[in-house]
Every structure is written in structure tokens, then in C-alpha cells.
Design a protein around this ligand. Structure first.
Ligand code: SAM
Length: 320
């Protein structure tokens, strides 16, 4: 896999995350004492489950100054980049693992870490992966249709396998369930017609099949590319993103220290619903405190400067 030196990813809701983490740790007397003793070894742990360009991790590390960071990403490129950039932002430990956050328990056990104080899951893909991974996430470039967040050789199937080998009904169901795409049946039928003549190899090829199968002008006032939802659906299926999220939330909450906080940024309603229900359940059953009664969303200025942030929703929960 190609390693890109500099990240082009713009962290979303950065000020809001830092503020909420600062406020939550400030209210925890024991932890704030831990933070003040600069001469002692850092004892506060921040787990970043979706390191990406390490934008959030750098700013959080810098803000706290003396914290330990454990960063995970299933994309080895993200880990390679952060290995160079992140350690200078904290005087504490920095441990980086090429791991899915659904296995965060394994990563913590491996490194002898029992509990953590702050967790961030900033879901989905980074701009680095979208623009420069060469794995077919974008319909703006002609790339092999893989859509794996990590090394494609480690995945049971890729997007190319779905569109070329799955039954029409199964393709339609994936596009409907994970893309919430109303034209899922038409799109699946067009995929089947096309592949009878030739296999579908690239992102651009698939984007064209989708565009030609939906009514002209589709995409609404925002004029999103007609293939947006189909691409989202295939990516979610290939990476089992919703399964990973469910597992990551359970394991993350279990490894939070008392008073610890877990923040999740989601980018579509399927993810947000899972986070919202999880938090409510932990609040009802474990007395956890929901710090965001309504999800925090970006202000207009952030959306203008970084349009990718427009669908972001931040929800934060604090363990009792
Ligand atoms: C939106 S980006 C995170 C950006 C990061 N917060 C920053 O400020 O640069 C999401 C990252 O999480 C990774 N990722 C997504 N799902 C993951 C999972 N289940 N386990 C580990 N990494 C994941 C992606 O590979 C990507 O690098």
C-alpha cells in the first residue's frame, strides 16, 4: 500500500471535542490532580480508536500536555504517518496499533492498559483515504473497486466481489439497507445487466452504471453525486462498519475508568441511531451520564470551511 507522508484530513468538531474532554476531566478531582503533577509519569489515558490523520489526537495531546495516548486505525498508512507526527505533542507514552477498534480490548491488554479516561471514535473514512488511498472510495477517480479501510488482502470480500458475484437481490438489499437508497432495485438491476457483458473493475465504471440507472436530476437541490449512497453502502458492507461500531461501543464503555468519557462522531443516521441507543441504554442500566442531550453539530462556519463536516453528529457519554 502506498504511504502518503502528510495528512490532508481536516478534523471535525475539534473545538467541541476538546472542550467537552477538558470540562469532563476538570470535574474529576482525582484525574485533574493526576494531570497537574507534570513531574510524575502521565497517568491519564486517551484512546483514539480512529486515528486517521491524527488531527484530533495531536490537539488533545497538546492540550493536556502530559497524557498517554493509545491510537488505533485499521489503515496501516494512518499508523505509519502518526508514528512520525504524534509523539512530539505529549510528554506521555504514545502507542499506535494497526487494529480495528472492535478489537480495542486486545490492543489494551497487549499493552498492559486496564482502563482509559477518554475515548474518541470519529467514524468512517478520512479525506486521505477518500482522495489518495487508491482503493476506490471516490467516484472522482478511476481506481480499483476495493473499498477496504485496511489492507485488502485481509478482507473476506471487497466491493468488486459484491458487485460482480452477489445475487441481484442481495446487492439491492445492501444498497437499500446501508445507503438508504430509494433506487436500490434499479441500481442492482443495472449492475447485473452490465456484468453480464463485462466485470465491473473500477470506481468510475460503477459510478457511471449508477448514474445511468437513476432518473436524471437525481441528487436533489444539493446535487450530490447519484452514486454517493451506493458507494457509502458498499463501504459499510465491506468493512462491516456497523458491526464494528456496536462492538467498539460495548468494549470501549467497558474499559472506561469511572468518570471517563466516550465521544463518538457519526456521519449518517444508521451510525447515529446505534450511538444514541447505546448511550440511552447505558444511561438507563448503568447510570452513565449523557453529556449531549441533543447531538452536537458543526457551526455554519465549520461547514463552510469543511463541507465534509456537514453531516457530523457528536454524542458523548460519561461513565458513573
Ligand atoms: C474520519 S477518520 C478520523 C480522522 C481523525 N480523527 C483525524 O482528526 O485526523 C476515520 C479513520 O478511522 C479509521 N477507521 C474507521 N473505522 C475503523 C475501525 N472500525 N477500526 C479502526 N479504524 C477505523 C479509518 O481508517 C480512518 O483513518
Amino acid at each position: 500500500m502506498k504511504i502518503q507522508e502528510e495528512s490532508v484530513h481536516e478534523p471535525v468538531l475539534l473545538h467541541e471535542i476538546v472542550e467537552i474532554f477538558t470540562e469532563a476531566s476538570g470535574k474529576r478531582k482525582v484525574e485533574s490532580e493526576k494531570l497537574k503533577v507534570e513531574s510524575k509519569k502521565a497517568q491519564v489515558w486517551y484512546l483514539d480508536g480512529t486515528l486517521g490523520g491524527a488531527g484530533h489526537a495531536q490537539v488533545i495531546a497538546k492540550k493536556f500536555g502530559n497524557i498517554n495516548v493509545i491510537g488505533l486505525d485499521q489503515d496501516p498508512n494512518a499508523i505509519a504517518r502518526a508514528t512520525k507526527s504524534l509523539p512530539k505533542f505529549t510528554s506521555g507514552k504514545v502507542i499506535l496499533e494497526n487494529e480495528n477498534f472492535r478489537n480495542l480490548d486486545k490492543a489494551l491488554d497487549k499493552n498492559g492498559i486496564d482502563k482509559v479516561d477518554m475515548i474518541l471514535l470519529d467514524l468512517g473514512i478520512s479525506s486521505d483515504e477518500l482522495d489518495n488511498s487508491g482503493r476506490g472510495f471516490t467516484f472522482k477517480k478511476d481506481e480499483p473497486l476495493l473499498m477496504t479501510l485496511g489492507d485488502p488482502t485481509k478482507y473476506p470480500f471487497t466491493a468488486k466481489d459484491i458487485v460482480n458475484n452477489w445475487k441481484e437481490e442481495d446487492i439491492a438489499n445492501v444498497i437499500f439497507a446501508y445507503g438508504e437508497e430509494r433506487y436500490s432495485r434499479r441500481i442492482a438491476a443495472a449492475i447485473i445487466r452490465y456484468r453480464e457483458k463485462k466485470s465491473i473493475e473500477t470506481s468510475l465504471e460503477l459510478a457511471e452504471i449508477v448514474s445511468e440507472s437513476v432518473p436524471k436530476g437525481f441528487g436533489g437541490k444539493r446535487k450530490i453525486n447519484p452514486a454517493t449512497k451506493t458507494f457509502q453502502a458498499l463501504r459499510i458492507a465491506v468493512n462491516d462498519e456497523l458491526g464494528a461500531l456496536r462492538e467498539g461501543l460495548v468494549k470501549g464503555f467497558a474499559r472506561l475508568a469511572p468518570g471517563g468519557v466516550m465521544a463518538v462522531i457519526s456521519f449518517h443516521s444508521l451510525e447515529d441511531r446505534i450511538v444514541k441507543n447505546f448511550n440511552k441504554d447505558r444511561s438507563d442500566k448503568d447510570g452513565a451520564k449523557i453529556l449531549t442531550k441533543k447531538p452536537i453539530v458543526p457551526i455554519d462556519q465549520e461547514i463552510a470551511e469543511n463541507p465534509r463536516s456537514r453531516s457530523a453528529k457528536l454524542r458523548v457519554i460519561q461513565k458513573k
